[in-house]
Ligand binder design. Sequence first.
Ligand code: HEM
Length: 279
Amino acid sequence: MKLPSPPRPFRRPPPRPGEEQRRNGRNGRNGAGGAPTTTKPTTKDQAVEGVASVVGWLDERTGASPFLRGFLYRKVPKGTNWYYTLGSATMFAFLSQAVTGVFLAMYYEPDPSRAYESASRITNQVFLGEFVRGMHKWGSSVMIILIFLHMGRTFFFGAYKYPRELNWIIGVVLVVLTLLMGLTGYLLPFDQRSFWATVVAVNLNASGPIVGPYLADFLRVGSEFGPTTISRFYALHMLLVPGLIAALIGAHLYLVAKLGTTAPPWLRAEKKDLLREEV
Ligand code: HEM
């Protein structure tokens, strides 16, 4: 299927015949009888030209534009509606968590004797700290709600069926990792509630069959909560799990772009009816 090729946005079009003359006055001269002049580029022209040359430089070396064109101008089925935005909404919730998390990490100290103070310092003393911490806290719930809504959409629209099973499996791993972000983040404020809630959650893990006790020991760094437990949770929360999520989102989006999106089931049903009538 041939995609329509969009206009190349970063190249200034060549002047149309006579345009240069019109700009310079009649007969290519400015006013009556002076030497031909060239138009002086405005600051805006120079800015556009500057951006175009940087983008052109990058494109020449990466060959990214055919990929971007294919990705951004791909066709979507008829009947696509607001429910199809839930995947992108989940992705933006993740990006918001990543950005706010970076700012929190600049002030947070993952040490049992410093964690509580550093978290309350973020809320009470750091500029916009309460706002950023609030965004991160509520953003985690938003991401979990969105990911389940997106999962529900793909389930009820039958998007998990052939050939998208692998994308569904990647999605299931993304749900588990997102919940793991919630679990590992909950301990970090290190107040009474976060500490005891995490003790209960890890003990629940420990009661799981076969791998449960090992998993709990891994999370606690031993059979009891100790001084290094918080570092383990912090490393999982800000390095390992978000890294895995980012990589899996990349794979997930690659498959969405490659396989295309599923049409809504009611449109597919209509088509089947039509086919049945024709046969
Ligand atoms: C961090 C989490 C996730 C992100 C950022 C994400 C992102 C996206 C995006 C942007 C799309 C294309 C637009 C759309 O259909 O909404 C998509 C499609 C899809 N996602 Fe996700 N997703 C995530 C989690 C999940 C989960 C948990 C599942 C299921 C277990 C899942 C299964 C699918 C499937 C099967 C499709 C193809 C939909 C179709 O063909 O109509 N995704 N995802």
